[in-house]
Write a protein that binds this ligand. Structure first.
Ligand code: PEP
Ligand code: MG
Length: 875
């Protein structure tokens, strides 16, 4: 079996096998771009490595040696040759790009002999020794597991001793000395000398890169982005080109469009006389790419053309790494560039305008999950702001929080529910958990392509980089900007869109959809075959839903209308009433309020369909708290209070105890409540028809869809259907109005799904309540599972995803599927939809589309993303 592929042997379509980087290197080689030659060890070799207990098989070893020989022949250099040494880079490259999460080693092949050869060959001994010390540092960190701190500390001491300000001032002799010391560090901490044999270096590094697939940050990154753990990483071995050969050399990163705003401009950064990692590691703050035009006009022109070519070739914005060696441009890597939601939309829309692709492809270029970034708050521009400092606007959005200086602490505080902003001199991939836990990240060093920026953009978190006016003191946990001191725990607000930092908390305002966003969604609607409705139960949400493009309301939860504090006492007396008279009295009070609720919502929706679900209250959510009552009773007893007052409280306590349930979620909920007390639904249905009549008189068409919750036996629906029809007849007599209405049910228990054929005979529509269906299918309490064990399950791969977030297609999905099929068979005009939380999640939406559902319904803020996901499902 073939595990190792030369760049000019492999097909670019084999991304699964070669990883993203490997496939693109092969493709660029094929196109004829200036790519340093090399080969890729496949992801299959990585998986075989893990299966064999972290050993490279002799078969893979042989193929690597063979590929190395081909590389040597092609370059005319040899690994370890003292007079003409080949140096290589060894880089990870997974199928899905995971920037900075796995390991890389550069300058491999350096030892005490080859360094001399390099010095002679390039006539530049400073360069040779600098490269050697870089190699020792990187290899020791990545392969030998030594903390970079030891080396950096030594470098710092050396600089101080010699009175230098930066590394570029160190001479060849200085580096020679540093190298000696570095080797002593290695010997001291690993008890072994630094390996001088280049082949040994190579295989140790390949092992380490494979191992880095399972390092902590890579595992965390995969979990955050739902990347499966079985894919493995490829390893790319490529002959080195050198950006640190002098002033006519350099290295950089270029995005073919601005990844923050989407603007069509070359965007990126570079460093003169530097090597790859210097730019992304954020240790030196690089130059903006525009100034390359002055520094190296020919290279700039060639880079510009190459970027255009790659963008047109891949039909997407590219993130390109390049190196200039003595005035000659090399492309080291290209990949689809990570971008903010705002940029994703603008790029997609503009690429259609520029005829690079058609609308359908453009729709696939935007990730629905990303869109909610755009639906979040912005700083209120009307507010008076005290600006503290400004850095590079690395990832947009606004955030407020307490300042912390440590990633671990950020994580701990955020678990306690605190909002924090992580402030660091620079970030390394090891800080990723802190970035995840924080509202936003600020660094004082490093550019827009540093790891902090890339990771934050990918997660839609605000980020400011290279804010050099911040003088951070990690020991005293504070930073200064001129004379202002901000301490650990102080609150600041940041605007990642402008790069500004403000003192204190600043009010935020609601977002608006940009014209490009609206345009893209209108293209989505042209493709969609499934309606997107919203879950809304008041006119504010209904208004939002319409604004975001919902075609109707798929779930109006009427119990939310009962939760208004002014109504709670009446609702409680309705629930607690012991006689029919008492209950009627409370219901009579609620009727006009309910009617008004419906009138308002019907008017807001202006004729769009509305599914109204009759009351589904887990009773405990409405009853007075038992503990509170007990305390009140005890207090009254101690006070020797008025007997009648005491008696009244005791009476309430008694009734609350009577109604108390061990499992309220499985108790007197949904239609069961109305089976026992039909007068409650009668009141609601009456309110619906009265409101319909009134609003119709005002010229607005209303066709209510009345939905019965938590049905598990057809007989429940049969009885409720009769109730609704009777009330409709009665309302018709009273108002003189003809009604056009439908009666449907939620399918949210396994039994309902399994007997959907019987139920469908009594229903005009089904709406899958996948929250309860997930709860009852798994037997997991919706209220408790997440905190108690689900998180553990997901972290330990017991479950691939949280089933309350993304529909469990294998289990719960089977019930949904049989529900739709059985229902349709018995009632061919049955309308079907979903209204559980899953209705706004892209994979669940795809699943619903595949089953042929008519609509999905989700919270108003998720409507834009659901519209896009619904379109993608059809494409
Ligand atoms: C459901 O169970 O999926 C549903 C939409 O109803 P609720 O969340 O109100 O129980
Ligand atoms: Mg439910």
């Amino acid at each position: 079996k073939k595990f190792v592929f030369m760049f000019d042997q492999a097909g670019s379509s084999e991304k699964e096998l070669l990883g993203g980087k490997g496939a693109n290197l092969a493709e660029m080689t094929r196109i004829g771009l200036p790519v340093p030659y090399g080969f890729t060890i496949s992801t299959a070799a990585c998986n075989a490595y893990f299966e064999a207990g972290q050993v490279i098989s002799s078969q893979v070893e042989m193929q690597v040696i063979e590929a190395l020989q081909t590389l040597e022949a092609k370059t005319g250099k040899r690994l370890g040759d003292p007079t003409n040494p080949l140096l290589v880079s060894v880089r990870s490259g997974a199928v899905h790009s995971m920037p900075g999460m796995m390991d890389t080693v550069l300058n491999l092949g350096m030892n005490d002999e080859t360094v001399e050869g390099m010095a002679e060959l390039t006539n530049n001994s400073r360069f040779a020794y600098d490269s050697y010390r870089r190699f020792i540092q990187m290899f020791s960190n990545v392969v030998l597991g030594l903390d970079n701190y030891y080396f950096e500390r030594h470098l710092e001491d050396t600089r101080e001793e010699k009175g230098y300000h930066s590394d570029t001032e160190l001479t060849a002799e200085d580096w020679k000395q540093v190298i000696k010391e570095f080797k002593t560090i290695v010997l001291t901490y690993t008890k072994k000398s630094f390996p001088e044999d280049p082949r040994e270096q190579l295989f140790l590094t390949i092992n380490a890169v494979f191992d880095s697939w399972n390092n902590q940050r890579a595992v965390l990154y995969r979990r955050l982005h739902h990347i499966p753990g079985h894919l493995g990483t490829a390893v790319n071995i490529q002959s080195m080109v050198f950006g640190n050969m002098g002033e006519d050399s350099g290295t950089g990163v270029a995005f073919t469009r601005n990844p923050s705003t989407g603007e069509s401009e070359l965007y990126g950064e570079y460093l003169i006389n530097a090597q790859g990692e210097d730019v992304v590691a954020g240790i030196r703050t690089p130059q903006p790419i525009a100034s390359l035009e002055q520094d190296m006009p020919d290279v700039y022109q060639q880079l510009l053309e190459t970027c255009q070519l790659l963008e047109n070739h891949y039909q997407d914005m590219q993130d390109i790494e390049f190196t200039v060696e003595s005035g000659k441009l090399f492309i080291l890597q290209t990949r689809t560039g990570k971008r903010t939601a705002q940029a994703a939309i603008r790029i997609a829309v503009e690429m259609v305008r520029e005829n690079i692709m058609d609308k359908r492809h453009a729709l696939l270029r935007v990730d629905p999950d990303q869109l909610d970034q755009l639906l979040h708050h912005r700083i209120d521009p009307e507010h008076n702001l005290t600006k503290l400092a400004a850095g590079l606007p690395a990832s947009p959005g606004a955030a407020t929080g307490q300042v912390v200086f440590d990633a671990d602490e950020a994580e701990v505080l955020s678990k306690d529910g605190k909002k924090v902003i992580l402030v660091r001199p620079e970030t390394t991939p090891e800080d990723i958990h802190g970035i995840v836990a924080s509202q936003a990240t600020i660094t004082s060093r490093g550019g827009m392509t540093s790891h902090a920026a890339v990771v934050a953009r990918g997660m839609g978190k605000a980020c400011i980089c290279g804010c050099e006016s911040l003088k951070i003191n990690l020991d005293s946990k504070q930073f200064n900007v001129e004379s202002t001191t901000v301490k650990h725990g102080d609150t600041i607000t940041i605007d990642g869109t402008t790069g500004e930092i403000f003192l204190g908390e600043i009010p935020m305002i609601e977002p608006e959809l940009s014209d490009e966003f609206k345009l893209l969604l209108s293209w989505a609607d042209e493709e969609t075959k499934m309606g997107v409705r919203a879950n809304a139960d008041n006119s504010v949400d209904a208004q939002k839903a319409l604004e975001f493009g919902a075609v109707g309301i798929g779930l109006c939860r009427t119990e939310h209308m009962f939760m208004d504090s002014s109504r709670i006492p009446t609702v409680q007396s309705m629930i607690l009433s012991e006689t029919m008279e008492e209950r009627k009295e409370a219901l009579d009070k609620l009727l006009p309020m309910q009617q008004q609720d419906f009138e308002t919502i019907f008017e807001t929706m202006q004729g769009h369909p509305i599914t109204i679900r009759l009351l589904d209250p887990p009773l405990h959510e409405f009853l007075p708290d038992k503990e509170d009552l007990l305390i009140e009773v005890t207090k009254l007893q101690m006070k020797n209070a008025d007997a009648s007052e005491l008696q009244e409280k005791q009476n309430i306590l008694r009734k609350v105890r009577l109604l108390e349930e061990s499992n309220p979620m499985l108790g007197l909920r949904g239609c069961r409540l109305a089976m026992i007390h039909p007068e409650i639904y009668e009141m609601q249905v009456k309110a619906i028809f009265n409101a319909t009549a009134n609003v119709m008189k005002r010229g607005i068409k209303v066709k209510p869809e009345i939905m019965i919750p938590l049905v598990s036996h057809v007989n429940e629906l049969k009885e409720m259907r009769q109730l609704v029809n009777q009330m409709a007849e009665q309302a018709k007599d009273e108002t003189g109005q003809e009604f056009d209405y439908q009666i449907g049910t939620m399918i949210e228990t396994p039994r309902a799904a399994l007997t959907a054929d019987q139920i469908a005979e009594k229903a005009d529509f089904f709406s899958f309540g996948t929250n309860d269906l997930t709860q009852t299918t798994f037997g997991y309490s919706r209220d408790d599972a997440e905190g108690k064990f689900l998180q553990h399950y997901v972290e330990n791969n017991v479950l691939p995803r949280n089933p309350f977030v993304s529909l469990d297609q294998e289990g719960v999905g089977k019930l949904v599927e049989s529900g739709v099929e059985l229902g349709r068979k018995a009632n061919p005009v049955l309308k079907t939809g979903i209204c559980g939380e899953h209705g706004g999640e892209k994979e669940s939406i795809q699943f619903c589309f595949d089953l042929g559902m008519d609509y999905v319904s989700c919270s108003p803020f998720r409507v834009p993303s659901a519209r896009l996901a619904a379109a993608q499902a059809t494409i």
